[in-house]
Design a protein around this ligand. Structure first.
Ligand code: NAD
Length: 356
């Protein structure tokens, strides 16, 4: 493994920009040397933390010691900052959503290609443990072949911050959290999305969505329901997943959860009818004793390296990116289909560029 350290300057030293300094400390391949933010007070914080606080973006681009520009600004300015970085010969790590549209992202990619530089999008939630547990179940068929996945994140705090409320700055929850949940699904499920339907919510009265529900049908038969809510005072589980042999649930980020599978060793015993409400039911009665087994969630599947170690290897030409730009583009096109489905109240088909 190469011992060269790659030098990063963070552009947009806000919540996520400053958090990257902690993430980068976990890698011995990349170091943060400085930061630039439009706001004086954010530049002062970067200087206090021991980084070079550049007074302009031009000054960052002119510094030959800087290899990588890390873009952690609001979404509407990602493209321009990235294109200028490539023109100055820098590599770029860009926060998600990488751009306001698939067309913008295509321009960024073209600028990277023209300069022969690396563009990698920080789709960090591919490394989330809850997702990697689901990925393990999908790949190993722990509860049989999966046919329905429900992926949700719920909060009760509304849309955070300032620019996330503004459409022109790329606000709204579909772009903010949706891009993570959709990226996870497309990364895991090796199949084309054949149709999508959706609805966006505007309960809080912003001009951007404060949440959404989308239903995705994949060619291999899997259905996925994706939901983001910011007005949920009681939350539904992070994951609810059905396979041909069982059901799995992951309640929360601390990975509370379980799997319940059919007990193939037990004789089939009909469930005993129960009183449900004012009625009687056998269909909805609990499975008969011994007919199911409750177990722990499996250990998470591993990715080949951390985000930043992978970045260094990609720059050195020794590894493929874990977050590939063709995958990022596919997610942006899916997001556009979800917006269109909600706006027209129609099911959208024939948009997915899977395999292209
Ligand atoms: P923020 O508002 O906390 O920080 C943005 C910073 O960018 C601010 O300090 C602002 O002054 C600065 N800025 C704005 N325009 C600029 C420009 N042209 N040049 C330099 N600085 C500029 O926002 P945030 O929550 O940190 O989000 C920033 C980006 O990170 C967004 O793209 C967001 O979607 C992404 N993000 C990703 C994750 C993740 O888990 N991957 C989490 C949070 C945010």
């Amino acid at each position: 493994m190469s011992s060269i350290k790659h030098t990063v300057v963070i552009v947009g030293y806000g919540g996520m920009g400053s958090y990257h300094t902690q993430l980068i400390k976990e890698s011995d391949r990349v170091i943060v040397s400085g930061a630039f933010d439009l706001l004086e007070e954010r530049r002062a914080l970067a200087a206090e933390a021991g980084y070079t606080a550049y007074s302009s973006y031009e000054e960052v681009l002119a510094d030959p010691e800087v290899d990588i520009i890390l873009i952690a600004t609001p979404n509407d300015v990602h493209k321009d900052i990235a294109v200028r970085a490539f023109q100055a010969g820098k590599h770029v790590v860009c926060e998600k959503p990488v751009a306001m549209s698939s067309a913008e992202f295509t321009e960024m990619q073209a600028a990277a290609d023209a300069a022969g530089r690396v563009l990698i999008v920080h789709q960090n939630r591919r490394w989330d443990e809850d997702f990697r547990v689901i990925k393990e179940m999908y790949e190993k068929e722990t509860i049989g072949s999966l046919f329905q996945l429900e992926s949700r994140v719920h909060g009760a705090n509304g849309i955070p911050g300032d620019w996330r409320h503004v459409k022109a700055q790329g606000g709204g929850m579909l772009l903010d959290w949706g891009v993570h949940l959709l990226d996870q699904l497309l990364f895991m499920i090796d199949s084309k999305v054949t149709s999508v339907s959706s609805s966006l919510s505007y309960i809080l009265g912003n001009d951007v969505d404060d949440g959404f529900e989308a239903s995705l049908q994949f060619e291999n038969g899997i259905k996925a329901i994706v939901e983001v809510g910011t007005t949920n005072f009681i939350t539904l589980p992070r994951w609810y997943v059905k396979g041909l042999e069982g059901t799995a649930i992951i309640e929360d980020w601390s990975l509370r959860g379980r799997i319940v599978t059919r007990n193939n060793a037990s004789e089939k015993i009909e469930p005993t009818p129960i009183r449900a409400g004012v009625g009687l039911t056998k269909t909805m009665a609990p499975p008969s004793e011994g007919s199911t087994i409750t177990g722990d969630l499996p250990a998470a599947s591993e990715l080949s390296s951390s985000f930043y170690d992978n970045l260094a290897a990609v720059i050195e030409g020794t590894a493929e990116p874990i977050v590939k730009n063709a995958e990022v583009l596919r997610v942006l096109i899916l997001i556009e289909a979800i917006f269109e489905a909600a706006e027209k109240n129609e099911t959208i088909k024939n948009f997915d560029i899977y395999g292209a």
